[in-house]
Design a protein around this ligand. Structure first.
Ligand code: PLP
Length: 463
């Protein structure tokens, strides 16, 4: 344990932190990060860490981009704040909406802004209810999601995945929710009658059939949309099986159910295209974006909506006289200026090209870890991945889900000691480094992670 995190040094226990053990917080100082440069962050003692997961999968352009800092400063000086709403906005927000629509994976998209990814998903459901309610589709309230996904931390979005235990723990209402399986290929494949394993195509067809029966059981006329992450990040960085999205989209189309792509993490290059929808053949009706949208230097998120979806909202506005929805910080001018600059940087520095060029090095570095006795396997997709851990000699599946597994926790702590920050999910270590990472930094990251795994193995062996 690092010296500064021991109880004797810890004098400030007023702060309550999420995704943290509240009891541990009372006696142990959290890791306090005070600076950052490129893919590195530095703690209050000056110790450096490679941010292997871009903090919350968000700092796409690394920690010290001068152009982003300048864009924020310029806007701060021009007009630090003016809310967008009540038929008023600021120039940079108009420009950002046009620019985002131009690169969106939906033709002629309409754009609304919010502050966080959770809020974007939350508002999208609210807008769906609004539009449906005014166009004879009032009964279409329900939303389909996949167990184990994460779509946010608001009361509504907590209901969209996570786990039944977590929803129970917070007392989340789930009356409008329909759940289907999280695709987990090949781990969730069934053995066939002949003993041969289920093929990827058969697995995908099974999930499409499961979706069909979930829709039929819930009543197709009561369902508005399905929401899905192109790449299931919080389920452990699970890429969809081959043909998954076209297959489920065919079922949704049959019943007139829309598909919302939660691109809060996958948007802005993570999978090797600007959007995960492009990587996985998704034709979304709506998309939500956040995090990479401003390289997370400022809080801003976006709802990217098809003209059809927006037309239904227009009907509501005709009746009510307005869309009675806004937020003080929605489309905050400083955040909008940073987002606009982020898009410009993606284009002029060819960030997507860089991701594609560095992907083989990243995948090779993950593959190279599979010889470690604690590594049961790796997952790779774009510039993201996960290392699945298992104790030597253990049988059965590794722990998954949002709760920390014992091995995942131990490896996470050991990685901190070795100077690399990863995200433990069950017994997997999830990673998604800043998109600007270079080859030498990937080598260093893998080296530090291996040493951390060696430390865990030593501790396991000593018992
Ligand atoms: C796929 C996905 N959707 C939504 C969210 C919520 O975004 P935020 O934390 O900005 O509210 C997250 C957060 O990690 C996410 O991973």
């Amino acid at each position: 344990m690092l010296e500064h995190r021991t109880a004797s040094n810890y004098q400030n226990d007023t702060l309550v932190l999420g995704f943290s053990d509240l009891n541990r917080l009372r006696s142990e100082r959290p890791l306090v990060l005070a600076g950052g440069r490129g893919v590195y962050v530095t703690d209050e003692r000056g110790r450096d860490y490679i941010e292997a997961v871009s903090s919350f999968y968000c700092v796409a352009l690394g920690y010290s981009d001068e152009e982003l800092i300048e864009a924020a400063t310029r806007q701060m000086r021009a007009l630090p704040m003016y809310p967008s709403g009540a038929h008023r906005t600021v120039p940079v927000v108009l420009e950002l909406a046009d620019k985002l629509a131009a690169i969106a994976p939906i033709a002629n998209a309409r754009i609304a802004f919010a502050t966080t990814g959770s809020e974007a998903n939350d508002s999208l459901l609210k807008f769906m209810w609004y539009g449906n309610g005014h166009t004879g589709r009032k009964a279409r309230r329900k939303i389909i999601s996949r167990r184990g996904s994460y779509h946010g931390g608001t009361a509504l979005t907590t209901g969209l995945g996570g786990s039944a235990a977590l929803q129970e723990s917070f007392g989340i209402p789930t009356v409008d929710h329909v759940y289907v399986s999280q695709p987990d290929w090949p781990a969730a494949a069934r053995a066939g009658e002949s003993g041969a394993g289920e093929t990827e195509a058969a697995y995908t067809a099974r999930l499409a059939a499961e979706l069909r029966s979930a829709i039929e059981n819930a009543g197709p006329e009561t369902i508005g949309a399905m929401i899905a992450e192109p790449l299931s990040v919080s389920a452990g960085m699970l890429p969809p099986p081959d043909g998954y999205f076209p297959a489920i989209q065919a079922v949704l189309d049959e019943f007139g159910i829309q598909l919302f792509a939660d691109e809060v993490v996958t948007g802005f290059g993570r999978t090797g295209n600007m959007w995960g929808s492009q990587t996985f053949g998704i034709r979304p009706d709506c998309v939500t974006s956040a995090k990479g949208l401003s390289s997370a230097y400022q809080p801003i998120s976006a709802l990217i909506m098809s003209p059809d979806f927006h037309d239904r909202m227009l009907e509501g506005s005709k009746v009510d006289g307005w869309l009675a929805h806004a937020g003080t910080y929605h489309a905050h001018p400083v955040a909008a200026a940073v987002a606009l600059k982020t898009i410009e940087i993606f284009e002029k520095r060819d960030i997507i090209g860089h991701v594609r060029r560095i992907m083989p090095t990243w995948h090779a570095a993950l593959d190279a870890l599979t010889d470690h006795p604690l590594v049961a396997g790796v997952r790779k997709c774009g510039l993201a991945g996960a290392v699945v851990l298992r104790k030597p000699g253990a049988t059965g599946p590794a722990e998954s889900g949002m709760k920390l597994g014992g091995l995942g926790r131990a490896a996470y702590e050991a990685a901190i000691e070795r100077g690399v920050l990863v995200r433990p999910i069950g017994d997997s270590l999830v990673m998604a480094p800043p998109l600007i990472i270079r080859e030498a930094e990937i080598t260093e990251l893998a080296h530090r992670l291996r040493r951390a795994l060696d430390d865990v193995l030593d501790a396991e062996t000593r018992g």
